[in-house]
Ligand binder design. Structure first.
Ligand SMILES: [Zn+2]
Length: 261
């Protein structure tokens, strides 16, 4: 199979897909998107992602609490996420992180929930899916306390060259999504053109962040093809070659056998 893409960040378990979840996954399969990681944002959506993964050999799941809801972080919630993370196809903790753009919860609570989930991921030996909006300095400062032990994926990476190099040096993998196709994202395109192979993976963030060519529609995992086409063009390689390196990087990060996706 030459072309097998992996969407490392989607939310197909959410209600935006209630009307056509199976069809959405079927369209992804037809587009050669053979792996979809559905990311939990709270206990309910993490359970839904885990259950979807148990019923679809195309799907995997994460268990986490989004920074928007960080004020819900307690020992009990941690225990629930830990329980969900024990499921057979749950391969990461998150999404967690810091969001200083919407600032929906106090920043100290966001930091507490972030550190709690970093430590949970380390306990469980799992990678960590990180959301960062306007909080790069603090995200990297906190991750700096866990270099060599945490395995962070910076989802929806949108920072400069400098930050990319620092993050990769700290052991982060970068998630490149639909924003790379937006007209205003020239700096990100320049960064992505020069990233080392193996340092980044592809994602959609479905149902949000629809690539430019489908702008205005709900995003879905099949559209990771548009991200792949843009990134392959930037790097001067074929989509098939890009699919190989990015899907290998995703399997490697999430410890998924090539036979499985
Ligand atoms: Zn997300």
């Amino acid at each position: 199979m030459g072309l097998a893409l992996f969407d490392t960040h989607a939310h197909v378990q959410l209600s935006a897909f209630d009307a056509d979840r199976d069809d959405t996954l079927a369209r992804a399969r037809i587009a050669n998107v053979l792996g979809v990681l559905n990311v939990g944002i709270d206990v309910e959506s993490s359970r839904a992602a885990a259950s979807l993964a148990e019923h679809s050999d195309q799907c995997w799941a994460t268990a986490g609490l989004h920074p928007h809801d960080a004020d819900a972080w307690t020992g009990d919630l941690r225990a629930e996420l830990r329980d969900i993370a024990g499921g057979p196809r749950v391969v990461a903790i998150g999404e967690t992180g810091l969001d200083y753009y919407r600032d929906l919860t106090p920043r100290d609570m966001q930091a507490t929930a972030f550190r709690g989930q970093i430590e949970l991921s380390i306990d469980l030996g799992l990678p960590l899916v990180i959301h960062n909006r306007d909080a790069t300095d603090d995200v990297l400062a906190i991750l700096g306390d866990y270099v060599g032990v945490a395995r962070p994926l910076l989802h929806c990476f949108g920072d400069s060259d400098d930050v990319a190099s620092r993050a990769i040096e700290m052991g982060c993998v970068l998630g490149i999504g639909g924003t790379v196709t937006y007209p205003k994202s020239q700096a990100l395109r320049d960064t992505v053109a020069g990233l080392p192979d193996g340092s980044f993976v592809l994602e959609t963030d479905s149902p949000w962040l629809t690539p430019q060519c489908r702008r205005g529609k709900r995003n879905e995992p099949a559209y990771v093809v548009a991200v792949a086409e843009q990134v392959a063009e930037l790097r001067g390689i074929s989509v098939a070659a890009l699919a190989t390196t990015t899907t290998d990087a995703a399997r490697n990060l999430f410890s998924i056998d090539a036979a499985e996706a």
